[in-house]
Design a protein around this ligand. Structure first.
Ligand code: SF4
Ligand code: SF4
Length: 167
């Protein structure tokens, strides 16, 4: 979701701007009809991606405008933890009033096993009730804190769609 240097979002997130990261545009699935007639599958480039980022940036869909990965929202995260640098794309959202979930996509093989990857996982685990790890090869592993029926149901529909609540 590359942004022009003079875009207002860059000012709002002056320390954590997307810059030339496009991890969410290629890594996340997007429902049919939003950026393409068919569902854009996880791990495939959005048809609107171009060498400068997003070819329809000014008119990009609202889910793209509102989407924020954890690196954007966590102002205390290091600059080097930007998804394209650290190899992890992290999302956090409230799955219900009492259950906060997170997904960590490994966008570079082995990134979850690096010291930075382990630290990111530990930080996210502390502030959420369940974390879905999506390894580079597509394998999923879910960690649930104090499992309840509600949380177990949430596992069936983990966070996957860009900018869209899964619950
Ligand atoms: S993954 Fe995060 S930093 Fe990268 S383009 Fe998407 S919102 Fe911006
Ligand atoms: S339309 Fe959305 S997903 Fe596609 S390149 Fe633009 S910001 Fe990324």
């Amino acid at each position: 979701m590359q942004q022009p240097q003079d875009n207002s979002l860059n000012i709002i997130h002056s320390e954590h701007a997307c810059g030339d990261c496009t991890a969410c545009c290629s890594r996340l699935p997007i429902s049919a009809g939003i950026v393409s007639p068919e569902q854009k599958l996880a791990g495939t480039d959005c048809p609107h991606q171009c060498s400068s980022g997003c070819s329809i940036y000014q008119d990009r869909p609202s889910i793209c405008q509102s989407f924020e990965c954890s690196w954007i929202t966590q102002k205390n995260w290091e600059a080097g933890w930007r998804p394209d640098h650290v190899g992890l794309l992290c999302l956090e959202e409230n799955l219900s009033e009492t259950c906060k979930g997170a997904a960590i996509y490994e966008i570079r093989r082995g990134a979850l096993s690096t010291p930075d990857g382990i630290e990111i996982f530990q930080q996210i685990k502390k502030r959420t009730d369940m974390v879905v790890l999506i390894y580079f090869n597509g394998t999923r592993h879910t960690i649930v804190k104090e499992p309840t029926e509600e949380k177990t149901k949430s596992i069936i529909r983990p966070l996957t769609v860009k900018g869209r609540k899964s619950a």
